[in-house]
Design a protein around this ligand. Structure first.
Ligand SMILES: [Zn+2]
Length: 203
């Protein structure tokens, strides 16, 4: 857990690129990432709160993974302008986007071995609901949890023993990437969504 991060920085690679083949990027565990450690400090209050909430609910979450989820959420907000001035505003498509695009992309950018974070996202959503913090324009809890059910998380926050790379096992029939009627009525998300599920790949 205390390993020093061994990220390969872009400038280093650029300097050597003309002289020798670029070395393969070294991927690190989420707990060894300097950027994730910085995110843990930045969001220490909600991460500590969620970690305690996880203990109370009997689910195991890792603070480093929660920090990764917060980094993913920050990335997600550039895709969803309606999140501006709507604290804790969540929709079904946002949850799907976070799980399937933002967290994987943050991992790729920061050269982190991609961990499973579905339980951490589940805990974030149910805790916001339980704490009365979800923005009133958010989707209903049942809709928000739909992408997490597709990821194998049950109503108690337990991760089923599914193929972790089987994205949306009822693909073609689930509606995780479709705006809900609530969001369409509010004019905050429109059909058709340009967002397509990313293929879930190892690493
Ligand atoms: Zn789905």
């Amino acid at each position: 857990m205390s390993r020093e991060p061994t990220l390969v920085t872009l400038p280093d690679r650029a300097i050597t690129a003309d002289h020798e083949p670029a070395s393969p990027a070294r991927f690190v565990d989420v707990a060894a990432s300097a950027e994730v450690a910085a995110a843990r400090r930045r969001w220490s209050v909600p991460i500590d709160h969620l970690t305690r909430a996880g203990v109370e609910r009997g689910v195991v979450v890792e603070p480093a993974k929660l920090a990764l989820v917060f980094l993913g959420r920050q990335r997600l907000e550039s895709w969803y302008p309606a999140t501006t001035n709507r604290p804790h505003y969540w929709t079904r498509t946002q949850v799907a986007h976070l799980l399937d695009l933002d967290v994987p992309n943050v991992c790729a950018e920061l050269r982190i071995i991609r961990p499973e974070v579905a339980v951490e996202v589940w805990l974030l959503i149910v805790s916001l609901q339980a704490d009365g913090l979800l923005h009133t324009d958010s989707d209903d809890l049942d809709d928000l949890l739909a992408p997490l059910r597709c990821a194998g998380v049950d109503e108690h926050g337990r991760l089923a023993d599914l193929d972790p790379f089987a994205l949306h096992p009822i693909a073609g029939r689930c509606r995780c990437f479709e705006p809900t009627d609530t969001q369409i009525r509010l004019g905050l998300e429109a059909r058709p969504t340009p967002i397509e599920p990313a293929s879930r790949r190892a690493g």
